[in-house]
Ligand binder design. Structure first.
Ligand SMILES: [Zn+2]
Length: 206
């Protein structure tokens, strides 16, 4: 077993869970970093994470260290941080990525956290920015690594053994849940993650 622990950003969505499962298959220790805010999908992601952890084998669970939570409402409430946090979020905005990435970079710098692995795959927003050589993006991302950079969601699904496919079905990606249902289940206009979930043949081979 590798002694070195992998620090990964884990939402409970498909890509970050696939990243975690890959490490577990290789017997690697994982320290999950969880970003939380007030978004409507948060309770669903939390439930997904709980269900995923419960579905792992005892041996796999032992490889997962207690999660590090990055809670936006808590950080936002500290006046001394306000200016710094805002400058990181403005920076994220300037390199055209989500403000949550600014907050993550802020915490990494402020708390001297290690490099963080992100489950970015082919076709993601950040992936497109990188392909377009967005000025300033490379330096902003210098404390992150992207082990799934060359992978599509379909690749991640294909490479997972049957038991891990079952776990990937427990993930949550929809950004607009209503009454416990995703856009896909409600048959309404799909949010972007629901649209991307069409790339995964998750409903087959149950
Ligand atoms: Zn959706």
């Amino acid at each position: 077993m590798s002694k070195r622990c992998r620090h990964i950003l884990w939402s409970g969505g498909f890509d970050s869970t696939a990243l975690m499962l890959r490490h577990l298959r290789k017997g690697r220790k994982v320290l999950p970093y969880v970003f939380t805010n007030d978004a409507g999908k948060q309770p669903y992601e939390r439930l997904a994470r709980e269900n995923i952890l419960a579905a792992l084998t005892e041996k796999e669970r032992k490889l997962i260290l207690p999660q590090y939570t990055m809670d936006y409402p808590t950080i936002r409430a500290i006046p001394a941080y306000k200016h710094f946090v805002q400058s990181y979020m403005d920076h994220a905005n300037a390199v055209k990525i989500g403000p949550q990435f600014g907050l993550i970079r802020f915490l990494q710098d402020a708390c001297d956290l290690p490099r963080l692995q992100m489950g970015i795959v082919v076709g993601d927003g950040l992936w497109h920015c990188q392909q377009n050589d967005q000025p300033g993006l490379a330096s902003f991302c210098c404390r992150w690594t992207f082990p799934l950079w060359q992978k599509t969601k379909f690749d991640l699904w294909q490479e997972a053994p049957k038991r891990h496919k079952k776990i990937l079905r427990l993930t949550w990606s929809c950004e607009d849940p209503q009454k416990d249902k995703t856009c896909r289940e409600r048959k309404v206009k799909l949010c972007r993650p629901c649209m991307r979930s069409l790339e995964i043949p998750m409903e087959q081979n149950k």
